[in-house]
Design a protein around this ligand. Sequence first.
Ligand SMILES: [Zn+2]
Length: 130
Amino acid sequence: MRALNRSARGVFEISVYSREQIRDAVIAATYGERSALEVTEVMGRWGYEANRTKAGEGALCLGCDTEFRPLSSDAPAGFLIIMPFADRSMAITTGICVRCFACEDLDDVIIQQLKTIWPEAHRLPRSGSA
Ligand SMILES: [Zn+2]
């Protein structure tokens, strides 16, 4: 985590991808699109690790205790991916279950969870927004 913080220099790109967007990224990656390659590499690593875990030790949903098991019906509906702008070789990712992904306040859930890692985490308004 320190290496990630150091390489990020305090600035991260935080993205939420649906399963469909991950599928599209896989297709775009076959054409060499850089950001799609980054996303598919992170997803590949997440899948590899998720498939190695035992029941009760699997990856949990960002917002609840849903455990993601290989080939289960509780596959993530989406993923949160955090990458430093300055160093794209590192990332943090977590699955998001169907129920949490459908929450209208998913952004608030994400910020709440990020504050457990980075207490000062907050959402910045995008340029052009009020
Ligand atoms: Zn959940």
